[in-house]
Design a protein around this ligand. Structure first.
Ligand SMILES: *Cc1c(COP(=O)(O)O)cnc(C)c1O
Length: 479
């Protein structure tokens, strides 16, 4: 079997693939965003191809691209106002092709010194952007924010309990507690389940009416832990919550953490990108005092999934948490001032995750990112204004581009939101979601695409207005 294929065949298939991809890429806006969800049809579509002998190469590529086009939510669409899934920038796409082709192994430095050094340089650059000092900081690329948050809990445990690496949870005498707001991401809960502390080791702190963590309640909860003989291990502050884009008061949370000697982790998976903008970075003030940070490049930096970072201001802690002495791994790293990524990471064999960020920076520069991040924030503000002008009631307050809104005339009528949502999703011209705020369902619209402009915002507001007018006229008809 010729797995390489002949050179002419490779060229032909790459061209065919490129044409398909480029058609999707340049005409994304023409597509219906929402997929057909008929599971019988989807399985039949997949089962038409025989895996025993394989099928014609060109047909195979056509099958996959058709499958993805018909049966996916088109997150790269400029009217996908969704869950932080951006359009992949083109540098990121090229980077993934290059990574797959060279397939560098980033477990050991000596196997891929270029790739490992590129990632190290990026980690250092991001640490410095977030205000960590060059000498004390470290970090690692992860597959996602969930892996970064898990890494944070592991490092906090290893920091606090010197015997944790050897004896795990048996080295702990008082129950460790992780505190986060009720708006924090659920990967925090998942992480404590993985670590073995169990779900109940997370205490959620109420939010104020502005949706930020209630600092008074945080301190009360810490004192309650201490009274109960528990041990507050870590506070997770969120800089840009998933639901409403709210930024916890990082300075205030930090003060409490320092007072009680608790690890401060800032989950800035999405909102962290604001650090790249001179106008927006002030909203992250205080992040520089944290012990660790989660940052996803596959969100606001628009690189393909899964590209995330765990950053820490404790230089030795990743090593302490993950180092395993192995006989069979290449030894060069020991002699030189270098780090083998496998000794700093949950993953072992690891792909060149960082190349997507590196090539994007080589193409667009930090300047290009600043422009696009500020553009998206501006579009978010514009949307907020237009919604207010059109008698929608905005329910969240954030400088980041997420707007949550409802129409208070229908406050008690929860079918109002659902009817409009279902109708918009069925038409497939826009994608938005629903998020509850203080018990009230609201529409949640996030500008997550660098190609979204005022035009798309106007189209969305028109769609919403029309749907609302339809419901109003039906109500009048009934009376
Ligand atoms: C998206 C998100 C996560 C999870 O990150 P993944 O990359 O999806 O694993 C964690 N925290 C916050 C605040 C997020 O927005």
């Amino acid at each position: 079997m010729d797995f390489d294929l002949k050179p002419e065949e490779r060229k032909r298939l790459f061209d065919i693939t490129f044409d398909k991809i480029d058609k999707f890429y340049s005409q994304t806006k023409e597509l219906k965003i929402t997929p057909n969800l008929d599971i019988t049809q989807i399985r039949a579509f997949i089962n038409q191809a025989d895996l025993e002998e394989g099928i014609d190469y060109e047909e195979a590529i056509g099958l996959i691209t058709e499958g993805l086009e018909t049966y996916s939510v088109h997150t790269p669409h400029p009217k996908y106002f969704g869950l932080f899934n951006p359009r992949s920038n083109f540098a990121g796409i090229i980077a993934d092709v290059i990574t797959a082709s060279y397939n560098p192994q980033l477990a050991a430095w000596s196997h891929a010194p270029f790739a490992v050094e590129v990632e190290a340089k990026l980690i250092q650059a991001f640490c410095e952007k977030f205000g960590y000092s060059k000498l004390s900081s470290d970090g690692v690329f992860t597959a996602g924010g969930a892996e970064a948050n898990l890494t944070a809990i592991l490092t906090a445990l290893n920091h606090k309990y010197p015997a944790f690496a050897e004896d795990g949870i048996f080295s702990i005498h008082k129950k460790p507690i992780i505190l986060c707001s009720e708006e924090a991401h659920h990967s925090v809960q998942k992480s404590v389940k993985i670590v073995g502390l169990g779900y109940r080791s997370v205490k959620t702190i109420q939010t104020l009416s502005n949706l930020k963590m209630n600092i008074v309640a945080l301190e009360e909860s810490i004192n309650e832990c201490l009274t109960n003989g528990e041990s507050p291990l870590m506070v997770v502050a969120t800089a840009g919550t998933t639901g409403t884009g709210t930024i916890d008061d990082l300075e205030a949370v930090n003060e409490i953490c320092k007072k009680y000697n608790i690890w401060l982790h800032v989950d800035a998976a999405w909102g962290g990108a604001a650090i790249l903008s001179n106008n927006l970075k002030r909203y992250l003030k205080g992040i520089e005092h944290s012990d660790s940070i989660t940052f996803d490049a596959h969100k606001w930096m628009s690189v393909p999934m899964g590209t995330s970072m765990f950053l820490t201001n404790h230089k030795e802690i990743l090593d302490k948490t993950f180092r395993i002495t192995t006989e069979y791994m290449p030894k060069e790293a020991k002699e030189l001032d270098i780090v083998d990524p496998f000794s700093h990471s949950i993953q072992w064999s690891r792909r060149f995750i960082g190349l997507k960020v590196y090539l994007s920076l080589l193409f667009y520069g930090w300047k290009g990112y600043e422009t696009t991040i500020e553009h998206q924030a501006r579009i978010g503000n514009m949307l907020k204004q237009k919604l207010i002008e059109n008698n929608w009631n905005v329910k969240n307050d954030t400088p980041f581009p997420i707007v949550c809104f409802a129409d208070d005339r229908f406050k008690v009528e929860d079918r109002f939101i659902k009817t409009i949502l279902n109708s918009i999703l069925a038409k497939g011209k826009s994608w938005l979601s629903v998020y509850p705020i203080n018990g009230q369902p609201t529409f949640r619209v996030c500008i997550t695409n660098y190609n979204t402009t005022e035009l798309e915002i106007d189209e969305l507001v028109n769609e919403l207005n029309l749907e609302r007018a339809n419901i109003l006229s039906k109500l009048v008809g009934q009376k």
